[in-house]
Design a protein. Structure first.
Ligand code: PMP
Length: 387
């Protein structure tokens, strides 16, 4: 019998694909060369990085490999994008625009520009679905604006932004557009040319690659300065000996997606929809957060009025899920994303995030729906009568 909890926390991290592990293993064992070394082992490592760079470029339809800069993850990519691009354009006194629902790493990087570089910062609000409106971005721009950062897909409510429309506002004004695409890159949704973004942050562990590796896409010609200097690696934009096994794993994970070697996002969507309809039927009063259609296929953010989400999860040892995003749980504060879409603090605290991926099975979904419904009814017995 499987005693491990049903894993419904894929927006926090995804399990490593076994093909990815296989691709990485030689670089954790026999192929230990430093890619900067001028001998056979070094050249093998350098070639492997070159391949991975191409594979990641293909995942997001980047034009050329040098547009991919490997980092330790999306947190670092967000910092490199926001601080690196803003400071390259204007060392102090500029203005940046971001949104009310960004990941904390984006908000923190923006904050740094304010606290240490004399920048001003505007936060654009979102509507009740979590959508940013291009007109609001346009209204926030000033003659000093150097950069706009709008996430592609939200990590709590899954809403996918209309970046192309926002690029229509920033590009003609010469304002750099950055997107945190950590959540969407694995869904076949990210085409940087189509979206019109200049910078995009990626993370391998959200797409069945290893943790601790990510990348920043830097459109050719975008001005950007390194935050970490030294050995000149990554075209001078991120010094430090590259994490070769992780980079190889990132490339392999991207390749599985671009070559359709893994179940398609439509399968994940069907499973998510099944979980959603079963829970909505069993728990009257429950509501779904995020946009009804423009939403990540694996995301289900549910508000269960009258129930403390943490109490619910405490009663569900058989399910691995979170109340908000994994990064902000533990802070004790109701999620800033849920608050931004208009939920009250009580509603925010009554919200669970269930996130699924290609490794989720129909049995997982049916068992999870039963377990969650039963636990919710013990916390709010009235549900048992009305269901
Ligand atoms: N941005 C978003 C939208 C995320 O979901 C995450 C991961 N929680 C990050 C950034 C940070 O990514 P990483 O763990 O690779 O630093």
């Amino acid at each position: 019998m499987n005693t491990r909890p049903i894993y419904l926390d894929h927006q926090a991290t995804t399990p490593l694909d076994e093909n990815v592990l296989e691709a990485m293993l030689p670089f954790l064992t026999s192929e230990y060369g430093n890619p900067s070394s001028p001998h056979a082992r070094g050249r093998t490592a350098a070639r492997a990085i070159h391949t991975a760079r191409r594979q990641v470029a293909d995942l997001i339809a980047a034009e050329s490999e040098p547009e991919i800069v490997f980092t330790s993850g999306a947190t670092e990519a967000n910092h490199l994008a926001i601080l690196g691009a803003a400071l390259a354009i204007r060392p102090s006194g500029g203005h940046i625009v971001t949104t009310a629902i960004e990941h904390r790493s984006v908000l923190a990087a923006c904050r740094r520009l304010v606290d240490h570089h004399g920048y001003t910062l505007s936060h654009v609000d979102v509507d009740a679905y979590g959508l940013v409106h291009a007109a609001d971005v346009a209204a926030a721009l000033t003659p000093d604006t150097v950069l706009v950062s709008v996430m592609h897909a939200n990590n709590e409510i899954g809403t996918i932004q209309r970046l192309t429309t926002i690029a229509g506002i920033t590009a003609p004004r010469g304002v750099v557009l950055h997107t945190d695409a950590a959540q969407s890159a694995g869904c076949g949704l990210l085409d940087v040319a189509e979206l019109g973004v200049d910078l995009a942050s990626l993370s391998a562990h959200k797409l069945h690659g290893p943790q601790g590796i990510g990348a920043l896409y830097v459109r050719g010609g975008t001005r950007i300065t390194a935050l970490q200097t030294g050995g000149g690696q990554e075209h001078g934009l991120r010094a430090g000996t590259p994490n070769v096994p992780a980079i190889v794993g990132f490339g392999a994970a991207a390749h599985l997606i671009t070559t359709d070697a893994v179940p398609p996002p439509t399968r994940t969507r069907a499973l998510r929809d099944r979980l959603q309809s079963r829970l909505l039927a069993a728990l009257p009063g429950a509501t779904v957060n995020g946009h009804p259609h423009r939403r990540l296929q694996g995301n289900l953010s549910l508000t269960l009025p009258g129930i403390e989400a943490q109490d619910l999860l405490d009663r569900l040892p058989g399910i691995a899920a979170t109340t908000g995003s994994a990064c902000s749980t533990g802070s004790g504060e109701p999620s800033h994303v849920l608050r931004a879409i208009g939920l009250t603090p009580d509603q925010a605290r009554a919200t669970v995030r269930l996130s699924i991926s290609r490794t989720t099975t129909e049995t997982d979904i049916d068992q999870a729906a039963d377990l969650i419904s039963r636990a919710a009814r013990t916390l709010r017995p009235a549900l048992a009568d009305s269901a």
